[in-house]
Design a binder for this molecule. Structure first.
Ligand SMILES: *Cc1c(COP(=O)(O)O)cnc(C)c1O
Length: 486
C-alpha cells in the first residue's frame, strides 16, 4: 500500500500574485472613498432594480472569479442602492451616517481580523479603553464594566438579564425563571422601544410582565402612575425588579425624568436601566448633557455608537455600574476557555465573561479611531447641531399654515403632518413619494392616533438647506398629489 501523499505545500486562499491584488485593492479603496465623498450627490434612495437583484440570485459559486470582475459587480449592482443613511436628506428612523475615518477603522480592524472574546492581545486593551471613556462620560464608578454588542436591542436584553440576576440571584441561571416563587415584573413608559418587551420575552419573563406606564404631555413616563403600578404589583404578590427609563424615545425623542426614576428605583430597590440608544451620547455636548441629568445614577445603560456617535454600523454598547453583576449573569467557565496567568491565554478582561457572545469582532477600533481622530468636542458639536436643526424644522413647520407640529421637540426628532384632506393617507403618501423621488427620506409614526411625518435628524452631514428641502418637499408633494386627484 502506498502511504497517502502529504497535503500540498504553499496552498492557501491568499492571492497568488500579491502585486496584482494590491493594485486591484487600491482601486476598490478609491471607489469606496468616492462613494463616501459623493454620498450627497445622488438621490437619497433609489429602489434596487429587478436586474440588479436578479444578478445576485445565482447558485452558490463553486468556481473562482477575478476580483476585478466581482468589484465591478459591486459598483453596478450594490453601491448605488444603499438605504441612504449617509445622505444629508436621510431623516428616517434613527440612524447614524458613519464617517470616512470610521470606514478606515473598519478596514484596519478587518486587516487584524481579531477575535475579542478574550485572551491577551492589544485589541482587548483598545476595547477596554472605551469602557474607561464611557465610565468618565457617565460618571460611573471604578467598578463599572462595559462591552460592545451589536446594538441597543442586545444591550437592553443584557440589562434585563443582569437585573434579573441581581433580583433573584445567580442560581436562576441553572433553575430557570419557571422555578421562581413570585413572578418578576418590570416597568417602562408605553412609548418605549419595542425591544424592551422583546427582551422580557427573550429572557423568559414574558412581555406581559412588562408594565406599560402612561406618559405626561412631554411624552415622558408618568412617575405617579409608575409608583402606583409598583405598589399594585407588590400587593398582588409580584416581585418588581426593574425599571427602564428612555433617554431619547424613538418616536419623538423625549427623555424621561431620569432623576425621578433614580429616586423611585432607589426607594423601591429596583434595577434602573436606561435605554440611551439614541441620546445617551448627548453627554458629549455641553448643550445636551443637562437634559440627561440622573443618567449617572443608573445601574446600566444601553447606547449606540452607530447613531449619534456616527461610528459605522454596528456598534452598540452596554455599560453596567457593577461589572461583577455582569460576570454573575454571563460568565460560564469551560475547559477550552481555560485562563492562564501567562501567554496568549492570559489577560484579565475576557469580554465573553461579561456578555452573551464568545467570538466578537473589533467594533472598538472603528469607535476608537473615530473618537480619537475627530475628538469628542466635534462629535458633541455635531450632536448639538442636530438638535438645533430640529428646532429650526419645528419653527419652519409652525410658520406654514398647511403643516402642524404633533409633538414638542426635546432633542433631534420632529413629528409633524400636512393638514390636507384625509390627512393620514395623505401624509403616508407624501412620505412614500419623497422616498421614491429620492428628494428626502423622513419616516412615519403615529402620535396621538394621527399618522405623523417623522424627521429624526441624526446625520452630521444634514444642514439647514436639507431642512428647508424637507419642508418644501412635503408641500410640493402635497400639491402634486392634489393635482393628480383633480
Ligand atoms: C434605535 C433604538 C433602539 C434599538 O437599537 P438598535 O441599535 O437598533 O438595536 C432601542 N431603543 C431606542 C430608543 C432606539 O432609538
Amino acid at each position: 500500500m502506498t502511504p497517502p501523499a502529504p497535503p500540498e505545500q504553499g496552498v492557501s486562499l491568499d492571492p497568488q500574485d500579491w502585486n496584482a491584488f494590491r493594485a486591484q485593492a487600491r482601486r476598490m479603496l478609491e471607489d469606496a472613498l468616492d462613494h463616501v465623498e459623493q454620498v450627497a450627490s445622488g438621490p437619497v434612495w433609489r429602489a434596487p432594480p429587478a436586474e440588479a437583484r436578479a444578478r445576485f440570485e445565482q447558485a452558490s459559486p463553486a468556481a473562482p472569479a477575478e476580483l476585478a470582475e466581482t468589484h465591478q459587480r459591486l459598483l453596478t449592482d450594490l453601491l448605488p442602492y444603499s438605504s441612504g443613511n449617509g445622505h444629508p436628506a436621510f431623516m428616517g428612523w434613527v440612524q447614524g451616517a458613519g464617517t470616512p475615518v470610521g470606514m478606515m477603522g473598519e478596514l484596519m480592524a478587518a486587516a487584524m481580523n481579531a477575535n475579542l472574546g478574550g485572551r491577551d492581545h492589544m485589541p482587548i486593551a483598545v476595547e477596554r479603553q472605551i469602557g474607561l471613556w464611557a465610565r468618565e462620560w457617565f460618571r460611573f464608578p471604578e467598578t463599572s464594566e462595559g462591552l460592545f454588542v451589536t446594538g441597543a436591542s442586545m444591550a437592553n436584553f443584557m440589562g434585563v438579564l443582569a437585573a434579573r440576576t441581581r433580583a433573584v440571584g445567580a442560581d436562576v441561571r441553572r433553575s430557570g425563571v419557571a422555578e421562581l416563587k413570585r413572578p418578576l415584573t418590570a416597568y417602562v413608559a408605553r412609548t418605549a422601544h419595542g425591544c424592551i418587551a422583546r427582551a422580557m420575552d427573550m429572557a423568559g419573563l414574558g412581555s406581559t410582565a412588562l408594565r406599560l406606564i402612561e406618559t405626561d404631555q412631554h411624552h415622558r413616563i408618568n412617575l405617579a402612575q409608575l409608583r402606583e403600578a409598583i405598589a399594585a404589583d407588590r400587593a398582588a404578590g409580584m416581585q418588581p425588579f426593574l425599571v427602564v427609563g428612555t433617554a431619547g424615545t424613538v418616536d419623538v425623542g423625549a427623555v424621561d425624568v431620569l432623576e425621578g426614576l433614580a429616586d423611585i428605583a432607589l426607594r423601591e430597590d429596583l434595577w434602573l436601566h436606561i435605554d440611551g440608544a439614541l441620546a445617551a451620547l448627548g453627554v458629549l455636548s455641553p448643550a445636551v448633557a443637562p437634559l440627561l441629568a440622573g443618567i449617572e445614577r443608573a445601574d446600566s445603560i444601553a447606547f449606540d455608537f452607530h447613531k449619534w456617535g456616527q461610528v459605522p454600523y454596528d456598534a452598540g454598547y452596554f455599560l453596567a455600574r457593577d461589572g461583577e453583576r455582569l460576570r454573575d449573569t454571563f460568565a460560564s467557565p469551560a475547559a477550552y476557555l481555560r485562563r492562564d496567568g501567562r501567554g496568549l491565554a492570559g489577560g484579565d478582561f475576557w469580554p465573553c465573561d461579561y456578555g452573551p457572545d464568545l467570538s466578537r469582532g473589533f467594533r472598538a477600533l472603528k469607535t476608537w479611531l473615530t473618537f480619537t481622530t475627530l475628538g469628542t468636542d466635534a462629535i458633541g458639536a455635531a450632536i448639538a447641531r442636530t438638535c438645533e436643526l430640529a428646532r429650526m424644522l419645528a419653527r419652519e413647520v409652525e410658520a406654514r399654515p398647511e403643516l402642524e407640529l404633533l409633538a414638542p421637540v426635546a432633542l433631534n426628532i420632529v413629528c409633524f403632518r400636512h393638514l390636507g384632506a384625509d390627512a393620514d393617507t395623505l401624509n403616508a403618501e407624501i412620505v412614500a413619494e419623497l422616498h421614491e423621488s429620492g428628494r428626502a427620506a423622513p419616516s412615519l409614526t403615529t402620535i396621538g392616533g394621527k399618522i405623523a411625518i417623522r424627521a429624526a435628524i441624526v446625520n452630521h452631514r444634514t444642514g439647514p438647506a436639507d431642512i428647508l428641502n424637507l419642508v418644501e418637499g412635503v408641500l410640493d408633494t402635497a400639491r402634486g398629489l392634489a393635482r393628480r386627484v383633480a
